[in-house]
Design a binder for this molecule. Sequence first.
Ligand code: GDP
Length: 300
Amino acid sequence: MFDSLSEKLGGILDRLTRRGALSEADVDAAMREVRRALLEADVALDVAREFVDNVRKQAIGATVVKSVTPGQMVVKIVHDQLVATLGGDAQNSGNAIDLHAAPPVAIMMVGLQGSGKTTTTAKLAKRLTERQKKKVLMASLDVRRPAAMEQLAVLGRETGIDTLPVVAGQQPPQIARRALDAGRLGGYDVVLLDTAGRTTLDDEMMNEAAEVKRSANPHEVLLVADSLTGQDAVNLARSFNERVGLTGIVLTRVDGDGRGGAALSMRAVTQKPIKLIGTGEKMDALEEFDPARIAGRILG
Ligand code: GDP
């Protein structure tokens, strides 16, 4: 991800750095190029516009014009603006999964079918078990696709994480309550609820997710979104946030050749942090989202 954006921004900033003195017109011309590069990387229009406006405001005027190395100053401003757009300082931007609630802490996973939701549920369960020594129970709420329930059970066996036994005929909110009861009785710290996705954004999925949320009152509602889908992932995040209410986002397939727009737009569009990124199919391919590291990667 970010390869093409990284190459373009690198080129634009390199030319600026080599110039010596910078006029306002030089900065303006460079910012037009930056804006184009962001749009080509699928960054949402408003987000690209605000990004460039912010950089321009800081770059023009005393600091840059009087600086001995104005180009480098602009590079630093672009870097800092990238970090801010991606969510700021990881330690202070609420990126960690919040487990500060009475156990069992319910975490609800939502998203489209195929986005990596079930895989991410198991990855997260494994991570919380291994790194934070939590006792985790996973439950599939996908009553429409028995294969999805079986997939979670298989991943549970593979990772050694408990899954809620399937009881035929129950609806998602009922299953969620049963999972929380089992969590309470079994002394679990965390209960992960893997809700049913659909292939496209539809009302039925949203209503079902909203109903599960009301019934389970989860501490976290995490949207799992495929970074390869670019703008669609951003629209999805906006809808889920409005209709269901999110606490954070997990971006999957960051190991793929997505253009990066989703990562750059989601925080700005939803005001919700990207908390984790999926970086592969393996069960340990889940990383914390660190804005400074990603900004560093984009600027090479
Ligand atoms: P769901 O329908 O949303 O539950 O999606 P699944 O969890 O079944 O995932 C669909 C496919 O995407 C599976 O083959 C996963 O192994 C794969 N997958 C999930 N997350 C990632 C990721 O971060 N990177 C890569 N490369 N593949 C992923």
